[in-house]
Structures are given as structure tokens and as C-alpha cells.
Design a protein around this ligand. Structure first.
Ligand SMILES: [Zn+2]
Ligand SMILES: [Zn+2]
Length: 293
């Protein structure tokens, strides 16, 4: 790992080590330290010093980066299709070496999705839903049958598939009937191998209770949690702006700034952005999260 100037610059002067020790911390991580305890053991710092202070956050970030680099995933193949009446971004994400892949948020037009999969020559292992809203899951049933792939959604959004009163409220609000049926109930921190890729589940409640972002290498699929320059609405059943902002702060902002943001709808000026751009331009992040720090 290279000492990260950007990271060093972002260390707050209020931290006990003023960032001076960052290079030693990076060295320790490079030598295999994988926790605060081990870093403290190797460097003699951290334990009672930086731990829990602002540098602590940065060390966490470095450890996460290292974890991503260690996985040495190949660059995923990513195809975006716009599907259904709500114009959802449906992604086909695949491992270039094994040609195994996943679908994220099939928002309708199953035929079109199947044609794209056939053209790519990808074998679909799973269907992932970023959340349980009907517009993101309309084609679940058809694709699950056609591809023999299990449907995966966070356990907290399984209600959209199973509980009649939640299904009724969602149908009223979205004007769409959601298909029933969940095969895999995801939890925060799950890491699901797909060929040589790993799909990491970040539970980011707020838009819905079980909203998730999926991290594949340096690409983050954010569903309706984070859009380019915007965040998802929180006025529907189970939504909470406070929770959404906390999710963005705790789960998304610690990711590397070069992470590519791939949202569930193309509502911004461009279909994708980077986390660094969002941290500068997204008013929800600049005004409600960073300004409050
Ligand atoms: Zn939604
Ligand atoms: Zn949506």
C-alpha cells in the first residue's frame, strides 16, 4: 500500500498523532497487521493513543482498503440496462475469468435482460435486489425460473415479499404488484463469491428498512440509497431520512474515494459518479453529513 497523501491531508489536526504516524501504520498493515491490536503491537501506537480518535477512523479505512486489495478481484464486467416503467438501472455484473455473474435489480422487461445475458455468455448465479420495492424486483420471478438462480434480498426487506399488509401498502404507493418469493435473506457484512468476484453486502437502511448497497471490487451498487447528486426518497412506508444519512455516513463514506457509484436510477447529470465527487457535490453529504461533523 502506498502512503496516501490524500488520506494524510484529510487527517484532522485534532488527532493525537497529527497524522505523523500514519506511515508507520501503513507499514504495519503492509506487514500483515489486520486489526487495531496488531497495529498497536507492531508500532507501539494506537492502543491508548489514536484508538477511537479521528486517526482511528482513518486506520479503519486503510484496513478496509487493504482487505479489498487482498481479495485481488479481477475487474468485474458491468452492463447496465434501463428496465420497466420506473426506468430502473438493472446491472449484469460478471467475473471475466469464469463468466459467472449476477443480476442486480431486474426492474421488468425480462426478455431484454435475458437477451443481454445470452449475448454476454454469462451464467447467472444469483439475482440480487438492493431493496424490496416492486420497481426493482418486477422481473424476479421470470428470471428466477428462466435462469434457475436464487433471489437474494436483505432480511429486513423480506416483508415486501411476504407480509400482506406491507405488500398492500407498497402496491398502493408504487402502483405496482411486487412478485413474492425470497430464497436468500442477506445480512450486513455477507460476502458472496461469484467466480473470482466477491459481492459484499452493506446494509444501508433509510430508503427502506432492508435497503442494501452491494460492493464488488471498486464498484458500489447503491439502489435507491444514493443517487448521483441526490439520495433516495424516505417518505414511503418504512423510510427514514435520519437513518439514510447515518447509513451513508457509516457505510459509504469510509469506502475509498475512487469507488464508482452506480445508482438504481439515472436521476443525475451522469449515470455514474465517484464517491469523491459525491463528497464534494452531493448536498445531502456536504450539508447534512460533513457540515455536521
Ligand atoms: Zn425504492
Ligand atoms: Zn427505485
Amino acid at each position: 500500500m502506498k502512503p496516501d497523501e490524500d488520506l494524510t491531508a484529510r487527517l484532522r489536526p485534532g488527532c493525537i498523532c497529527k497524522g505523523i504516524r500514519l506511515h508507520r501504520i501503513i507499514e504495519a498493515i503492509d506487514q500483515g497487521a489486520a486489526s487495531f491490536g496488531e497495529i498497536a503491537g507492531k508500532t507501539g501506537i494506537g492502543g491508548g493513543g489514536c484508538k477511537g480518535r479521528r486517526c482511528g477512523e482513518k486506520v479503519k479505512e486503510l484496513l478496509r482498503r487493504k482487505e479489498n486489495m487482498d481479495q485481488q478481484q479481477p475487474q468485474a464486467g458491468i452492463t447496465r440496462l434501463v428496465t420497466g416503467g420506473y426506468r430502473v438501472n438493472t446491472y449484469i455484473v460478471s467475473c471475466p475469468e469464469t463468466k459467472q455473474g449476477i443480476i442486480i435489480d431486474p426492474g421488468g422487461e425480462a426478455e431484454k435482460i435475458l437477451a443481454a445475458i445470452a449475448a454476454l455468455g454469462v451464467r447467472i448465479r444469483y439475482i440480487f435486489n438492493t431493496h424490496g420495492h416492486a420497481d426493482h424486483i418486477v422481473a424476479n420471478t421470470e428470471l428466477r425460473q428462466a435462469l434457475d438462480a436464487p433471489v437474494c434480498v436483505h432480511e429486513a426487506d423480506a416483508d415486501f415479499f411476504t407480509r400482506p399488509e406491507v405488500r398492500a401498502a407498497a402496491k398502493r404507493e408504487l402502483g405496482l404488484e411486487a412478485p413474492a418469493g425470497v430464497d436468500v435473506r442477506l445480512k450486513d457484512g455477507d460476502s458472496i463469491p461469484v467466480g473470482r468476484l466477491a459481492v459484499r453486502v452493506l446494509h444501508t437502511p433509510g430508503h427502506t428498512p432492508g435497503s442494501c448497497c452491494f460492493l464488488v471490487g471498486g464498484d458500489l451498487f447503491t439502489g435507491d440509497t444514493l443517487f448521483v447528486g441526490d439520495v433516495g426518497r424516505t417518505d414511503l412506508t418504512g423510510g427514514s431520512l435520519e437513518l439514510l444519512l447515518r447509513s451513508v455516513k457509516e457505510k459509504i463514506l469510509p469506502l475509498p474515494p475512487e469507488t464508482t457509484i452506480r445508482p438504481g436510477h439515472d436521476y443525475g447529470e451522469t449515470p455514474t459518479s465517484t464517491l469523491a465527487w459525491e463528497m464534494k457535490e452531493n448536498p445531502y453529504i456536504t450539508d447534512f453529513i460533513l457540515a455536521a461533523e
